[in-house]
Design a binder for this molecule. Structure first.
Ligand code: GDP
Ligand code: MN
Length: 398
């Protein structure tokens, strides 16, 4: 799960990390009060979307050369003007794709004077199974670009979970950034506090780009991007409360309410499957027969009829879906429960597209019978291969 920059900065502040003062606003009318509260003399008006590259981004329909999604100004009138120009508009950045993202929130910040811009991020490194730091003097730009052009300017190291973060890690950060004396001490302090925040909140990624050296010689987190480990959200209600559903795929949110593993894809065939392995195999075989899956939906091992119904509704609600393939291996999950769920869902939401059902495993005969006797236009299939060919054929015909 991702959160906005202003929310990420509030989390960092909780852990004693240096961030600028700021006020989040939702309406242009709120800009003036926010700016006055901060006092100036320099303000930064920052579009809040779940994507980076805002500074160099452009608003749809804005005249060529118009300023981006992050603007620095010394004028109170401009703060108001910028707020009016940004809120409600669609910001396109290298990370949003062409469609862009609508800006529904702004963060007005007190402006910092920048002496130097650095890069610092943390992530869970799958190879070592440890929390790793990525540090570079090349801040303010895309780290992928730095990695491509000047990889020698990136230093990475990981932390042994048994010891946690150590003073030498902080010294390495300071050395990498070319800091000494009091500033090196600040870098050490920052390194330690970031580790505390990262582990306490079960983050999967934390990126500060840029981390800056201010005019008065202090370090400050000028931008912050945080992703949290979804599997640990149950123990962080404060983080869950920060969720901005307008930034997420509506179907994925609905799925998460029912504890369904759902991922939207670009194709035409909606898949309801149990178990991630079977889901992968199903996606593969659909591609093999020349179509693309519209989603990855895993109802899990012990799905109830209610869960199956919810899953089915999510799939049928997607206008991209031109056909549905239900592919279930009933182990713990019984085929008759699946069948009842599918029938209940079809009755509730209707069926506008072909539906192929392949059931196997526990109570398979009972399940097939329920589907046969339902009077619904369901195409039965014997095995995975048969099922995939039938749904692909049905979609191509439709
Ligand atoms: P991003 O483009 O989405 O990564 O947004 P950032 O928050 O990183 O802002 C983009 C750029 O705006 C930064 O790299 C800075 O150069 C500039 N910027 C952001 N905040 C300030 C500030 O307080 N003062 C000044 N002078 N520049 C800022
Ligand atoms: Mn940034």
């Amino acid at each position: 799960m991702n959160i906005h920059e202003y929310q990420a900065k509030a989390v960092l502040k909780e852990f004693g990390l240096p961030v600028s003062k700021g006020v989040a606003i939702f309406k242009p009318e709120e800009a003036e009060a926010a700016a006055k509260e901060l006092g100036g003399p320099v303000w930064v008006v920052k579009s809040q979307i779940h994507a980076g590259g805002r500074g160099k981004g452009t608003f749809k329909g804005a005249p060529a050369g118009a300023k981006g999604g992050v603007r620095v100004t010394k004028s109170l009138d401009e703060v108001k003007q910028f707020a009016g120009e940004m809120l409600g508009q669609t910001l396109v950045t290298i990370q949003t794709g062409e469609a862009g993202k609508q800006v529904n929130r702004l963060y007005i910040e007190e402006g910092a004077q920048i002496e130097a811009e650095f890069y610092l991020s943390m992530l869970v490194d799958r190879e070592t199974g440890r929390v790793a730091y990525v540090v570079s003097t090349e801040g303010g730009m895309d780290i992928e670009t730095v990695a491509h052009d000047t990889p020698e300017k990136i230093v990475t190291f990981s932390v042994d979970p048994a010891t946690g973060v150590m003073p030498h890690h902080g010294r390495l950060v300071a050395k990498t950034l070319g800091l000494s004396g009091a500033q090196a001490k600040e870098a050490g302090d920052l390194t330690t506090k970031l580790y505390a925040a990262f582990t306490a909140k079960d983050m999967s990624m934390l990126e500060i780009n840029p981390l800056v050296l201010t005019g008065d010689g202090h370090l400050k987190c000028l931008d912050a991007k945080i992703s949290f480990d979804s599997n640990a959200l149950y123990r962080h209600p404060d983080i869950v409360a920060l969720r901005d559903e307008t930034e997420e795929d509506a179907k994925e949110i609905e799925a998460s309410k029912y504890d369904l593993a759902y991922i939207a894809l670009d194709g035409t065939i909606g898949c309801m499957v149990n178990g991630a392995g079977l889901a992968m195999a199903t996606l593969d075989i659909i591609k093999l027969y020349g179509e693309e899956p519209a989603n990855f939906l895993d109802v899990g091992g012990g799905a109830s009829e209610e869960k199956v119904t919810a899953a089915f509704k999510i799939i049928t609600a997607d206008p991209q879906v031109k056909g549905i393939l239900v592919n279930i291996f009933g182990g713990i999950m019984k085929c008759d429960v699946i069948a009842n769920g599918v029938i209940a869902a079809v009755k509730a939401v209707g069926l506008q597209v072909p539906l192929v059902v392949r059931l196997e495993g526990t109570n398979v005969e009972k399940g097939k019978e329920i589907i046969r006797n339902s009077g619904l236009n369901v195409i039965p299939a014997d095995d995975l291969d048969d099922a995939a060919q039938k749904i692909v054929a049905a979609v191509k015909k439709g």
